[in-house]
Design a protein around this ligand. Structure first.
Ligand SMILES: *[C@@H]1O[C@H](CO)[C@@H](O)[C@H](O)[C@H]1NC(C)=O
Ligand SMILES: *[C@@H]1O[C@H](CO)[C@@H](O)[C@H](O)[C@H]1NC(C)=O
Ligand SMILES: *[C@@H]1O[C@H](CO)[C@@H](O)[C@H](O)[C@H]1NC(C)=O
Ligand SMILES: *[C@@H]1O[C@H](CO)[C@@H](O)[C@H](O)[C@H]1NC(C)=O
Length: 367
């Protein structure tokens, strides 16, 4: 139980940081902290040294209190208990035919992250992207069908985590009560289909941040919390795991008239910058230490992509998300390039003594 709590806490901690970086844009935001965390934790299995330390602290862990094995076991518990009719979570690893990761790395991914393994030919960039996208599409019941846009040709491995949730409201809205109404978007009034019910619901008004919180339970163990602030920026800056705990504890059931819009949103993010800002820069650079994946190759993370969807209607809600980590060989691409393709000077000297034997300037090598 403590382990689950660790993960939930860290997921929310990631909400903080991610909101900081994604939240400044005046557009819809929706993502799955647990999907990102799962993929980061799976990657940390193969990370060493400073790269590992950065991943651990980005995930909200303290290396002097938790070992990689503790973390692996927590995720094992999380992914195991998540399996039910309406929720599925998991990971997969796509490995290039000619690339041989450390067997221990794949073994931990299989045992603790229930990773499914596939061999692909990453030199066929279009086909291998299709293979990954088809897999994610199947696992998210068609909700996320193009996670990978294009693949770097030096990709040797692609790590995926996905989550799919479909819940029915414990108390559904009556479609007959749904009416066209207006939604006050930042710069416009937009039409929406507004659902309605008059029911005993759990509500909490958080005076410290002037926010009303509505708790809509799904039939089962999941819930949706909807937060309506007077000032969105204030809520975004304040929200923390402590708030969620407090709200759930202090909620009171009262009869309310509830209006919630029906909507479907889809988001797509490239997280390289967000994760770099969160202190996980090394994995993207020539300093990446992924020797737990392969000792013989210099590897780095080429891209982290995340997509999510949310559909809310009278019957319930469906949410899906997937995170992908592209891992590539950097031997070819990380060397700085120096190309003498414009006029240059040349010198021939004797080493150790500053004796210039020849010197010249080349402005056209063809003449
Ligand atoms: C990776 O980290 C390990 C453990 O700290 C260290 O022994 C090794 O030298 C590092 N390798 C590279 C390539 O940085
Ligand atoms: C990590 O844990 C150690 C020992 O419990 C503690 O001294 C240290 O302050 C913690 N570090 C962080 C960043 O929380
Ligand atoms: C909350 O709303 C009340 C009443 O509108 C207002 O007086 C107060 O300043 C608000 N508090 C914050 C923290 O925004
Ligand atoms: C909730 O789940 C129970 C048990 O699966 C089922 O009997 C009941 O009809 C469900 N209620 C709704 C509103 O879906």
């Amino acid at each position: 139980m403590r382990q689950i709590q660790i993960i939930i806490t860290l997921s929310l901690r990631n909400v903080d940081s991610c909101l900081d970086f994604l939240g400044t844009l005046p557009k819809n935001i929706f993502f799955s902290p647990v999907s990102v965390s799962t993929a980061l934790a799976a990657l940390s299995v193969g990370a060493r040294g400073e790269t590992h330390r950065q991943l651990f602290s980005g995930l909200g862990f303290n290396s002097s209190q938790l070992t990689q094995t503790d973390v692996d076991q927590s995720f094992r518990t999380l992914l195991q208990t998540a399996k039910s009719d309406d929720t599925s979570k998991g990971t997969a690893v796509f490995v290039d035919n000619r690339f041989k990761p450390q067997p221990e790395f794949l073994e931990v991914l299989k045992q603790s992250y229930f990773a499914e393994g596939f061999n692909v030919d990453f030199t066929q960039t279009t086909e291998s992207a299709d293979t990954i996208n088809k897999y994610v599409e199947t696992k998210t019941n068609g909700k996320i069908d193009k996670l990978v846009e294009s693949l770097d040709e030096n990709t040797v491995m692609y790590l995926i985590s996905y989550i799919y949730f479909k819940g029915r409201w414990e108390t559904p809205f009556d479609p007959q009560d749904t009416r066209e109404d207006h939604f006050h978007a930042p710069n416009a009034k937009v039409p929406v289909q507004m659902m309605y019910m008059e029911e005993d619901v759990d509500v909490y008004y958080d005076q410290a941040i002037n926010t009303s919180v509505l708790h809509l339970p799904f039939n089962g163990t999941h819930s949706m919390l909807l937060m309506l602030p007077d000032d969105m920026a204030r809520l975004e800056n304040a929200i923390s795991p402590g708030h969620v705990t407090k709200w759930l504890k202090l909620m009171e059931s009262r009869k309310y008239e509830i209006y919630v819009p029906k909507f479907s949103i889809k988001t797509s993010y490239k997280l390289n910058n967000v994760l770099t800002e969160m202190g996980m820069a090394d994995m993207f650079s020539g300093c990446a230490n992924l020797t737990g994946i392969s000792e013989g190759h210099q590897l780095a993370v080429s891209e982290v992509v995340h997509q999510a969807t949310l559909d809310v209607d009278e019957a319930g809600a469906t949410a899906a998300a997937a995170t992908g980590f592209g891992i590539m060989l950097t031997s070819y691409v990380m060397y700085p390039v120096l190309k003498f393709d414009r006029p240059f000077m040349v010198m021939i000297t004797e080493r150790n003594i500053e004796n210039i034997l020849f010197m010249g300037k080349i402005i056209n090598p063809n003449i």
